[in-house]
Design a protein around this ligand. Structure first.
Ligand SMILES: [Zn+2]
Length: 626
């Protein structure tokens, strides 16, 4: 059990009354703890003995064999004479050498658990740089190799990586813990005419030779190493922002993200300077498993946020906010994932509020709160998986990527804001990002920082444990309440009680969020005739807004509204975003007939999905490849 703040406050008072050496010794203690790498059960590496500080890659991308091969060179920080240990998953290592002496080094791959293997390199006493040759497996879990037919334009194949949480080890031998930071440079060879992009300084134009050079000279955790290769073009959106997409998607993408430069300025206004130079977004093919991935300098985004009306761009605010929370101050282990995501959701909502006002942001907050309540119900009110601080030992860190980290984390910060007052809390956050920039943070070191820098001066009995180390939600948690949703709720009720006709529902000034509120409130077992009338009036089955379509399809499944199934099938075949796939396949798997239908669709869709989604859906549908 962690000490409650009341006890810590008493200690702080005692210390304040004694001499200052006590205070500074406590601070140096804090600094000392922070200078050690946190123990990460999801990585074999032992960075407290030997840590990499810089990585140089020289790799070729082969779309025919679906293999990345080449050389990696590591600059080392050695604290003792131990071996250099890296994480690898399915990689073939052909030679390892001391770069300065060119002498071969002995190495061994020890088979690990289901999350990869351990590459042990026997260093000479003076080795400070290690080089190795390697190649990936065609099934590398970080990589999605796509045929031209799986892209928007259909003109060229496409490759992208997804490193988070522990997949980078499947395309680069690496010390794959978020506690470690490296700078990197890379030479990447791709088929002539194609463009390569990384989480680094990027080109604007494709290169006829297919040769690209990248530099990332700010230290990042390995899960933020990223690469994409395709037929891509660039359009500027402002002095520091721009978008990359397949040529056929470029114009709609640029239209959708028109406010990106404003978002960046609003974010800087809130929590201090943007540290990464440019902020660009890459729109990927629909197989991308997430909404977005905050790869530094270059967010990777799903095309499913392009709704044509700029209504789903809070995702861009989210990924941008990660440039502070996550990329600048990074969770030390995946058990501390809420430090990345809870802060980012809070920051995202503040950007949205700054740009579009409180009533708009509060709609997003209430939708997030609904998601959280549902997730807690599904996980179980007493489940340890509803703690902010998780214990993912022996489990896939993806198990921790639930609404708890995001939305309970958000509510916790909103609660702190309500206690401290917005002005004081903003000042605290701004300093937090500044003081801890390019460092990692455990939950415990955050609590220590919070107590020293925010709570010490607040005269209130504050129980942090109930938020961080206890299940569910504390009784006094903030409850987001959107006034705009209240009118949606009343019109829906009136319609369900047949007091108004579908034709009387006024939706002209609804945003996507009002639609989501309306659709979420429709009971699961609603009469399908009623859905048919709604569909006829509003064309929901044909919606080109992925968020609206996904919730509509869910209702169509639970009410057995078969008229929507052909579009549902098309959606499942095209979109690989896990957030949409999981509820749809789950609902389908609840009846025998629908499950059979779902397995049939999945057998054709599976090749379009990334491993992150496949892992989840395989389990959900008891998929058996044979
Ligand atoms: Zn995030």
């Amino acid at each position: 059990m962690k000490p409650k703040l009341t006890t810590l406050l008493a200690i702080a008072v005692l210390m304040a009354c004694s001499d200052s050496t006590n205070v500074s010794s406590s601070k140096s203690n804090y600094e000392m703890k922070k200078s050690l790498y946190a123990n990460d059960t999801h990585s074999f590496s032992e960075p407290n003995s030997v840590a990499m500080s810089h990585l140089s890659l020289n790799i070729s991308i082969d779309f025919v064999t679906r293999i990345i091969s080449g050389a990696a060179a590591y600059t080392l920080e050695r604290n003792d004479n131990s071996d250099f240990i890296l994480d690898v998953d399915g990689l073939e290592i052909t030679a390892v050498r001391d770069i300065e002496t060119d002498k071969p080094l002995n190495f061994l791959i020890e088979e690990g658990d289901k999350y990869g293997d351990k590459l042990i390199i026997d260093l000479d006493s003076n080795t400070s740089q290690v080089g190795l040759d390697y190649s990936t497996s065609p099934n590398a879990s970080a990589l999605l190799w796509m045929e031209p037919s799986q892209t928007n334009d259909g003109t060229a194949p496409f490759l992208f990586t997804q490193g988070q949480a522990i997949l980078t080890r499947s395309w680069v031998p690496i010390q794959d813990s978020p506690a470690i930071r490296i700078t990197y440079d890379a030479m990447v060879k791709v088929p002539p005419g194609m463009m390569a992009l990384m989480s680094a300084e990027n080109p604007r134009d494709s290169n006829i030779n297919g040769q690209y050079t990248f530099i990332m000279n700010q230290p990042i955790p390995p899960y933020l190493m990223a690469l994409a290769v395709g037929d891509l073009a660039f359009q500027s959106l402002g002095d520091h922002t721009g978008v990359y997409a397949e040529p056929g998607m470029l114009e709609v993408s640029a239209y959708e993200f028109a406010d990106m430069e404003k978002m960046l300025l609003a974010a800087e206004e809130l929590y201090g300077p943007y540290s990464w130079g440019r902020y660009d977004v890459l729109v990927l093919p629909p197989g991308f498993p997430f909404g977005g991935m905050e790869n530094p300098k270059l967010t990777f985004a799903t095309p499913t946020i392009i709704a044509g009306d700029r209504s789903l761009t809070s995702l861009i605010a989210h990924e941008l906010a990660h440039s502070w929370s996550g990329n600048l101050v990074t969770n030390a282990t995946w058990d501390d994932f809420w430090l990345n995501e809870g802060f980012t959701v809070y920051f995202e909502k503040r950007i949205m509020e700054a740009l579009y006002g409180h009533s708009y942001a509060e709609m997003l907050n209430e939708l997030g709160y609904q998601d959280l309540k549902q997730t807690i119900r599904q996980l179980g009110e007493r489940s340890p998986d509803t703690h902010l601080k998780l214990d993912l030992n022996n489990r896939n860190p993806d198990d921790g990527m639930t609404d708890v980290a995001y939305e309970k984390g958000y509510l916790f910060l909103r609660w702190l804001e309500s206690i401290a007052g917005r002005e004081k809390f903003d000042e605290f956050l701004k300093n937090y990002f500044k003081v801890n920039a390019f460092k990692t943070m455990t939950t415990e070191s955050f609590i220590e920082y919070l107590e020293e820098n925010l709570l010490a001066n607040i005269d209130e009995d504050i129980d942090l444990d109930q938020w961080i180390y206890a299940p569910g939600l504390p009784a006094d948690h903030p409850i987001p309440k959107s006034l705009r949703f209240q009118s949606v709720d009343s019109i829906r009720s009136a319609w369900l009680q047949e007091k108004v006709q579908v034709s009387e529902i006024q939706t002209e000034d609804w945003t996507t969020h009002e639609w989501l509120c309306f659709l979420r409130g429709i009971p699961e077992n609603i009469d399908k005739e009623k859905l048919a009338i709604l569909d006829e009036q509003f064309g929901l089955t044909q919606s080109r807004n992925s968020e609206i379509a996904a919730i509509w399809f869910e209702r169509a499944i639970t009410s057995d509204y078969k008229a929507a199934f052909p579009q549902l099938e098309a959606f499942l075949l095209k979109v690989g975003r896990r957030k949409f796939l999981v509820p749809l396949y789950s609902q389908l798997s609840k009846s025998e007939a629908n499950k059979e239908w779902a397995l049939n669709v999945y057998s054709r869709a599976r090749a379009n999905y990334h491993a992150v989604s496949i892992n989840t859906i395989d389990e959900l549908l008891d998929w058996n490849a044979s």
